[in-house]
Every structure is written in C-alpha cells, then in structure tokens.
Design a protein around this ligand. Structure first.
Ligand SMILES: [Zn+2]
Length: 166
C-alpha cells in the first residue's frame, strides 16, 4: 500500500495482522522536533511491514531513507547528510512487556491500540543525525579563502587584514 502521507497513528493489530507493506513520503511539517536540528529535504521515504513472530512479539520492520540539510561544523556552510536506517520495532502493549523484548528491537509502546507512527519515525530520524555534521572536504570557496590568507600572511599582518576586509 503506497500512501500520499503517513498517518500520525496506525491501528497496531490491524497493520501487523495484514502483513502488508506500507510506504509513503515523510512530510517535513510533521516532524517539528527534528526540524529544530536539521531541514528534511524533499523525497524522504519510509517503508514498513508488520508481522508477528511465532511465539514472539509483534514486529515492524522497514527502511528509512532521507536527506537533510545541516550546518557544517568546520565551514559553517550548509551540508547535506544522508539518513538511512533500518527499522526494527518491537510492538509492546504495556510498559512491562519492554523488559522481555529482544535487545535488537526498539520498543514502541502502543496505547489504546494505536501505534504512534510519526513519533516513532521522528525518533529514528533524530538518531540518524550525525553529532558533528561536516563536509567530506569543505568546498573550494573555503579552501581558496584559506590559501589567500596564507599567501598574504607571508607579506605582512596588515595584508591579511586587507584580504579579510575585501
Ligand atoms: Zn564544510
């Protein structure tokens, strides 16, 4: 099932028992907490499928693919970061079930039968953000600026100031 937009919540049991794949775009306006840290680029997508392991928990697996703009910590210019992550949610219906969950599953607490989809996606997005976003190599403008300063430094400190003023 391909959706135009991902719903805020999913009926957990129905989704898991349907065993159907769901995919849709991520709309940046639904992720306000993320937006304070990075700007989600258009084209971000999520694919999910729910199933029930025999004698095990209900599981939702999927893939998240997005790009976001952050500020490079080295040159302070925008840098695009690729956010790709595998989703492995263990669906629990009470806090006490979290203890018994496999460690490789991220617990998602369902309340009143509803899986908090957008909140869970936002948590994934935030976790995928690099702590220190930087360009692989900062862009040529920046390198050029540095070279200019280096050259003039050899002449006199005032030449450096002149370059900076220009
Ligand atoms: Zn940079």
């Amino acid at each position: 099932m391909i959706l135009d937009t991902l719903p805020e919540q999913l009926g957990a049991n129905r989704f898991i028992d349907a065993n159907e794949e769901l995919s849709g775009p991520l709309d940046c306006k639904h992720y306000k907490r993320f937006a304070e840290m990075a700007t989600l680029a258009p084209g971000a997508r999520l694919t999910l499928r729910g199933y029930r392991e025999p004698y095990g928990p209900a599981v939702v697996v999927g893939e998240l693919q997005a790009e976001a703009q952050m500020t490079c910590r080295r040159c302070l210019k925008p840098v695009t970061v690729v956010l790709e992550g595998a989703i492995r949610w263990g669906i629990v219906f009470s806090e006490s079930e979290i203890q018994g969950l496999d460690k490789d599953l991220d617990p998602i607490l369902v309340e009143e039968g509803q899986l908090p989809l957008r909140q869970a996606i936002e948590d994934e997005l935030v976790l995928l953000l690099p702590i220190m976003p930087t360009h692989e190599s900062c862009n040529s403008d920046w390198i050029l600026d540095t070279e200019l300063v280096d050259v003039s430094e050899k002449k006199s400190p005032f030449a450096v100031l002149a370059v900076l003023k220009n």
